[in-house]
Design a protein around this ligand. Sequence first.
Ligand code: AMP
Ligand code: GLY
Length: 418
Amino acid sequence: MRILVIGGGAREHALCRSLSLDPEVTALHCAPGNAGIAEVATLHAVDATDGAAVATLAETPQVNADLVVIGPEAPLVAGVADAVRARGIAAFGPSAQAARLEGSKAFAKEVMAAAGVPTARSHLCTTPQEADEALDAFGPPYVVKDDGLAAGKGVVVTDDIEVARAHAHACERVVIEEFLDGPEVSLFAVTDGETVVPLQPAQDFKRAYDGDEGPNTGGMGAYSPLPWADPKLVQEIEQTVLRPTVDELRRRGTPFSGLLYAGLAITSRGVRVIEFNARFGDPETQAVLARLRTPLAGLLHAAATGRLADLPPLNWSEEAAVTVVVAAHDYPAAPRTGDVIEGLDAVAQQDAPEAYVLHAGTKRDSQGRVVSAGGRVLSVTATGPGLSGARERAYQALGRIRLDGSHHRTDIAARAAE
Ligand code: AMP
Ligand code: GLY
């Protein structure tokens, strides 16, 4: 199978790594990719949100893709999967219509209401007056969400009414909702629009600093499995959240195929959806795929071609996985780029295969050195017998890496490992 992966973060490096280990994959291409992905795939430049450009790249004789795997949300919402499928090439990722589940919080709420999926009570507001009334009705802590895609910056959770009002008034359409209390879980499901195959659950760490302090980020680390969770949790979420949502979108004539990501809060009153995403999560994917034994290409291709029902149950490693993000100086505020990264060879020589470095914002400079090129720079990932073993290996590998001014959390999976 010849595969083209779209995207260039650590999530895409994790996808490419797993695909490169799959004997069924005969050629692996990625666009735009990064310095780490370049070691397992042939890179191409492309505007990832330009459907025609992606489809044309997939068709070029050099790539000649049997399957295009779309990593990030922006291309999906822009209809890149539709453009690829229109040329007769299988695409892993939902249509633009179905990707609205992530692209519009209001749409997601409407689908959940129709499907009876448990989520926070909410109001969609389009004027400052409506927003103020909704904030007063719910009380603190206030949860204020920009309706559209905002690259992780659209949600404000605060006790400060002025901060809540300011964010609400700055959005054209804003969802104001009830605060959900309880641990968060990320559960991914692969679906072809009909059959739903949940992966193993993970937890990510959204705040920049230890102890969940500091600003929200794209994610500073993740782990899987969740030893503290009820063993029936996945089954429950499949029945109350994933299947009803997939069924509802199919019923509407806009089936969702690809990766359905449910971000959930486990509240005292039960599981509630915080948000849906229409793609693999970053950094949870790095931890989840580290444990998946089933070859990835066959799974993604079956979803893209409506054959998931024929697939045997997924096979998982008994080991745990932990991923720790190394972020650039001053991430998330104003990340500095262009710093040289050292120690990558040492990890490859001393820690592989149990620990390895997935690249996010990296590239090669004119001298061939790997340098930082984004806010989240690396995802150091490790497996081990239990979370404490995986943690130890991940932090040992991370200790060999030098990136001037970088920071990382030291408490990823620490509580869960105890
Ligand atoms: P999102 O961008 O939708 O993933 O939201 C970012 C983060 O805001 C989530 O991971 C939660 O930690 C928090 N959040 C979102 N909605 C709620 C809610 N209703 N109650 C509590 N926290 C929330
Ligand atoms: N880990 C959060 C996200 O991918 O949106």
